[in-house]
Design a protein around this ligand. Sequence first.
Ligand code: ZN
Length: 374
Amino acid sequence: MKKSNYCFKCSICELTTSPSSRALNCPDCNAPFDVNYISLEESKVEHNSIEIPLPINSDSLISLGEGNTPTIKLHNLSDKLEIELSTKLEYFNPTGSFKDRGSSIMISCLKQSGIKEISEDSSGNAGASISAYASKAQIKSHIFAPSSAPSAKINQIKVYGANTYLIGGPRDQATIEAKKFSENHGVTYASHNLSPYFIEGTKIFGYEIFRDLYDSRKFPEHIILPVGNGSLFLGALKSFHELFLDNKIHKIPKIHAVQTESIQPIFSTIFKTDWNPVNQTKTIAGGIAVATPPRLNQMVKAIQQNNGTCEIVSEKEIIEWQLALANQEGLYIEPTSAAAFASIKKLIKSKVIQKGESVLIPSTGIGLKDTSPI
Ligand SMILES: [Zn+2]
């Protein structure tokens, strides 16, 4: 068996174990694992010019051309808000969302482990992405999505060839059903929310920001992300920590998480509001409608240790910002992406963001899949 140059490390109690596609939760504390490198010297692979230190090579990398997304300045909103606002166009990824970064690495690792069939749950974008990469890898996929997911996303999942299951009730019910299916059918549960490999893929988002913006002095002081489970947040933070430890950057951007008033597990844990999963209401931001995220404790710790904050926005603010970005900057993004933008004014008001500072918010998903109700 090929010797690994990394292990899995529990995100909370730091227990270490051998990497395995079936090891998703720590046996001691039940928290999800992260990839922990023992030596960075071995087995590096070039992935769109960013090195991924996992034991996959260019032949075993399952790629659809993800990554290398452009960053543009939002001049009109920058002037109005008196900040330097830019966006990284993550909807340029092959299936229309940032999830492709994680899917490429996760599916590559599963393929290399000999996995032939997987199950996954998603509000839409991750399901479409994993369905596409599984097809490319010739892995059979079973995707569980909430029946409230936008029809364009459901259609996309089906077109790539996944067996698609629509589950009633809140978003978390799809997770329960996907896990149950895996247990009953002996199929690997390839959860993008739990897989340590998925975060190794989203990490490339941060490496690209460094590569593209650091020398030009446009490196962001703040990054604002919509957060459901936090795979992009944790990946971005991990990339900047690695760059910092490697002496490539001298300061880590402050990364802020945005949730909705309707579903706010991270905000509620940090600021001790009386919200709880039982009193969740529906939100238009389906991509972050996760009431019980498995990486909740890890996310709270990450935000608190890195001088970031968490903010919540209303349904009305999300719709206003989805339209504002379209008619003021020509960007058609989905409501989940708009939620991050909708937090800017609050973060300026609370002085988390100061006048003139540089702020980057990714356009994580395209509006064509999740239209605004006008
Ligand atoms: Zn643990």
